[in-house]
Design a protein around this ligand. Structure first.
Ligand SMILES: *[C@@H]1O[C@H](CO)[C@@H](O)[C@H](O)[C@H]1NC(C)=O
Ligand SMILES: *[C@@H]1O[C@H](CO)[C@@H](O)[C@H](O)[C@H]1NC(C)=O
Length: 449
């Protein structure tokens, strides 16, 4: 039995698996010195100018999402939230036409969809991030805020990427958010009945409220949303001063990065070095939280600790969790079968200059079936300090295929493989939870020091 185990182990570790996987690089697909807004017609451009809404230096790209569409080809989307006025549209497709400052954006779905001054709430007001599901849906979370003014209630739009039309709208009820105090910045969507067998009706969207410190769960089947709060969603003041590429800035953002392995929701505030988790079975239960948004506090656990804070994160289908730490700047991952600690961060080679503040991160499967990590970097340290220099490249959309990492970490043999190994993996999380359960007192101790 032991001999069989070792033979399988050696087979899994050595030959083709490693040799076949080409080591992948982080590629820059698009880069900007300053955002370039394009328009379908002269009239649209003139309308933006007339409304004082074409001030490209105000624009900061935040997210990236990709649609590998069977008929329309690859489309790359980005967002420019309305932190201030001067933003002609907040959700865009990146075109392959390039001007001096970078590739030209086009409004998505089109210019008429964008609420330039907050007066039409049926349009899109301001978007930080979107999620694209395997059902060809884009989930758009609109904050409704321009600058510091809540012009419209936050809303969630489902756009059908086959037709580029609205298939569903959900306007959040005042019980779910607080005007201006809330800011819905990060959605992730989980589909429990995906194609080809499923009908894509069981979709849940988890949305981070970064400034009022909470999570919103939206259930498409029930067409209902509820709010979840927990102390782990708050920023840690000891982690609120950040350094990126030798520039210091304060950012006390709470609930920020989300990811899921289908069993748990993983999350972290931006001003934090910790990763937390909660079982989906808990937060999916509307009854529990309609009574009390702070219910079942003990279901929320500290799951890991990083070497440094990070912004966005994403998980692949093998449950590797990817993120870019601020200081030092490193693209890294946690593998699912080790506890999440600074020592178990597995660095992925990347030029730090390309990944200064990764604010958007997704895993998308390409046409060849290979999962790719997509990232937006926007040098937020310079935005925060007002030191952006528009003669330099400031904003980038990056891509890195993950097949090399995935082949090495789990070849087919490995996955089906020795029962012993599966057992160890299965026991892994339990031990981790155990440690975490004892955790909080130590954690508090450490924070107090
Ligand atoms: C807002 O924009 C719309 C469309 O451009 C325009 O008709 C309207 O007058 C504007 N409202 C304000 C208050 O500026
Ligand atoms: C949701 O929680 C309530 C209250 O704890 C419980 O009675 C109910 O069985 C739960 N529902 C599901 C589907 O787990």
């Amino acid at each position: 039995m032991w001999r069989a185990f070792f033979v399988t182990l050696i087979l899994a570790l050595t030959p083709h698996a490693i040799l076949n996987a080409k080591i992948r690089k982080v590629e820059v697909l698009y880069e900007w010195k300053q955002v370039v807004y394009g328009f379908a017609t002269k009239e649209d451009r003139q309308d933006a100018i007339d409304n004082d809404n074409l001030i490209p230096e105000n624009a900061k790209p935040i997210d990236v999402a990709v649609d590998y569409h069977s008929k329309k080809g690859k489309r790359v989307f980005t967002t420019t939230p309305r932190f201030t006025t001067g933003i002609p549209y907040t959700l865009a497709v990146v075109t392959d036409k390039t001007e001096e400052n970078g590739p030209v954006l086009m409004p998505y779905p089109d210019y008429s969809w964008h609420n330039s001054n907050g007066s039409s709430c049926e349009k899109i007001t301001s978007v930080f991030r979107v999620a694209i599901t395997e059902c060809n849906q884009m989930i758009v979370v609109d904050t409704g805020v321009i600058g510091d003014i809540q012009h419209c209630p936050p809303q969630l739009l489902v756009i059908d990427l086959n037709t580029d039309t609205l298939s569903h709208r959900y306007v959040f009820d005042p019980s779910i958010y607080v005007d201006v105090a809330s800011l819905f910045i990060t959605p992730i969507a989980l589909v429990s009945d995906p194609p080809p067998k499923g009908s894509c009706s069981k979709v849940k969207v988890y949305v981070a409220d970064v400034t009022f410190h909470g999570l919103v769960v939206y259930d498409l089947e029930l067409d209902a949303a509820w709010r979840v709060e927990n102390r782990f969603m708050y920023p840690d003041p000891d982690q609120g001063l950040h350094t990126i590429a030798n520039e210091k800035f304060i950012l006390m953002d709470g609930m920020f990065g989300l990811a899921s392995d289908g069993k748990k929701l993983y999350f972290h505030p931006l001003a934090s070095i910790n990763e937390y988790s909660v079982p989906l079975s808990v937060i999916n239960n509307r009854t529990i939280f309609e009574e009390d948004v702070e219910a079942v506090p003990h279901a929320f656990r500290k799951t890991g600790e990083r070497s440094s804070s990070c912004a966005a994160q994403a998980m692949d289908s093998q449950n590797n969790l990817y993120f870019v730490t601020f200081n030092p700047i490193k693209l890294t991952r946690w593998s699912p079968n080790k506890p999440y600690t600074p020592k178990t961060e597995l660095d992925i080679p990347a030029d730090p200059k390309l990944i200064e503040f990764v604010s958007g991160m997704k895993v998308h499967k390409n046409k060849a079936g290979i999962e790719e990590l997509w990232m937006t970097s926007n040098r937020f340290q310079k935005i925060a300090r007002g030191t952006l220099n528009f003669n330099e490249v400031n904003f980038r959309l990056l891509r890195r295929p993950l097949d090399d990492i995935q082949k090495v970490s789990t070849s087919n043999k490995f996955r089906q493989g020795p029962p012993q190994m599966d057992l160890r993996m299965r026991q892994g999380p339990a031990q981790m939870n155990l440690k975490v359960m004892q955790g909080p007192p130590h954690m508090n101790l450490r924070v107090n020091k």
